[in-house]
Design a binder for this molecule. Structure first.
Ligand code: IPD
Ligand code: CA
Length: 265
């Protein structure tokens, strides 16, 4: 049996509770009141409800910690070292379209470093979790990134910049290179789960630009604790600020960086 820290238990319980509401709302997705936010970025009432639940539960357990929330923005806490970085539903477009692939993502940041992360996929009840120095897990199973070494056997996940998003021309160049060099490319629609899949060895790598800290935070610690690497496109650790992410197993990461660098020119 794995022994989890109290804080990770708090995160997992909060994610499960938010997930239960989400499953109910997903069942009624047709009836949900959906409003437009930005160009093609939807926010549902389920999003707001989940964020409220998460905020309440996490504040109760650690009243002084701050928050960075997808919907609510920055909430400065008395404890300036600790901050929860939360995406209540990563994969909102899937959710709204009735596609059962979305997740609650909670990262815990301490002095600028992500030290714990939970990505919970409520439909399949899959709890991906990791804590710095304690390993990455899917439910009770220890995770390890895949052992595939070459791009020609690698399956990569990515995000496609859609209507209103910048970087479409650059993405086409990256995609062309990936089409020529890899075994397959997936666009699942949740960056958090894409990173969880890299940690679980389901995909060898993942890349995307223009992401927000809440899309990435929990995934960073998951991939690292599963033995993988996460960086920006230049190999540095600016992901949370730049929104550029390249996550992969240890063998594929340098190859993916070179492929992307060459493709971008
Ligand atoms: C989105 C998902 C998607 C990614 C987008 C994100 P949201 O988050 O993570 O996979 O490609 O860039 O904005 O809007 O579903 O929370
Ligand atoms: Ca998101």
């Amino acid at each position: 049996m794995i022994v989890r820290s109290p804080i990770l238990n708090v995160m997992m319980n909060a994610a499960r509770k938010a997930g239960r509401g989400m499953v109910r709302d997903f069942g009624e997705v047709e009836k949900l009141q959906v409003s437009m936010k930005g160009t093609s970025d939807f926010v549902s009432s389920a999003d707001l409800k989940a964020e409220k639940t998460l905020r309440q539960d996490l504040s109760k357990a650690r009243p002084a910690f701050g928050f960075l929330l997808e919907e609510g923005g920055e909430v400065v806490g008395d404890d300036k070292s600790h901050r929860w970085i939360i995406d209540p539903i990563d994969g909102t477009t899937n959710f709204i379209h009735g596609i059962p692939h979305f997740a609650v993502s909670i990262g815990l940041e301490r002095d600028g470093e992500i030290i714990a992360g939970v990505i919970y996929e409520p439909i399949s009840d899959s709890m991906f979790h990791a804590e710095k120095g304690a390993g990455a897990f899917l439910n009770e199973w220890r995770l390890r990134v895949s052992a595939r070494r070459d791009l020609n056997e690698a399956v990569l996940a990515t995000g496609i910049p859609h209507r209103g998003r910048p970087g479409q021309k650059t993405f086409i160049k990256e995609l062309t290179a990936a089409m020529e060099q890899t075994a397959g490319i997936r666009r699942f629609g949740s960056a958090a789960l894409d990173m969880a899949y890299v940690a679980a060895g389901r995909c060898e790598g993942f890349w995307e630009s223009g992401l927000k800290p809440w899309d990435i935070a929990a995934g960073v610690v998951l991939v690292k604790e599963a033995g993988g690497y996460v960086s920006d496109f230049t190999g540095r650790s600016t992901m949370l600020d730049s929104g550029d992410v390249v996550a992969a197993n240890d063998k594929i990461h340098p190859k993916l960086l070179s492929m992307l660098r060459e493709a971008r020119g």
